[in-house]
Design a protein. Structure first.
Length: 151
């Protein structure tokens, strides 16, 4: 459990029943442009992925407030946040930082020495977000900004 601007947060694995609210979230133009579009093939893939997990972060009422994909490094060097979404109508409220903290603190990740996240160069909001929460900018990596945080 982690605290957020609106109270405690809980993190769990995504399940097929989450698909309904996820598709509603991706009706948001900005979210769909940055991370979408999603389809049933994506859903089947993330639910079966053995080398990572898609996590749902919920508030104290059980309402979803965050969604994050994680890819695990089998060597334990650096796990990656592959995608990160905050509830579109709660965006820019300070919730994102609490969602990331909750995702990283989830107790079922294999051990790793650090975390990384990749940001598209035209996504200024994501760039500013990772910089603001204290992640280190490592420069460009295959055309994307790479941010990292030691565990």
């Amino acid at each position: 459990m982690r605290s957020s601007p609106g109270g405690p947060l809980w993190t769990r694995r995504m399940v097929r029943a989450d698909w309904q609210w996820i598709t509603a979230w991706f009706g948001d133009d900005e979210l769909n442009r940055r991370l979408g579009p999603l389809d049933e093939e994506w859903l089947d893939h993330v639910l079966a992925e053995p080398a990572g997990v898609q996590l749902v972060v919920t508030d104290d009422r059980g309402a979803p407030v965050g969604l994050a994909g994680c890819a695990w490094d089998p060597a334990g060097g650096a796990h990656a946040i592959t995608d990160l979404a905050v509830c579109p109508w709660r965006r820019r409220s300070g919730l994102g930082s609490a969602v990331v903290s909750s995702v990283l603190a989830w107790g079922h990740h294999p051990p790793a020495r650090r975390w990384v996240a990749f940001v598209d160069p035209d996504n200024r909001a994501a760039f500013a977000f990772f910089a603001a929460i204290g992640w280190r900018l490592d420069g460009l990596d295959d055309g994307m900004y790479r941010f990292s945080r030691d565990v």
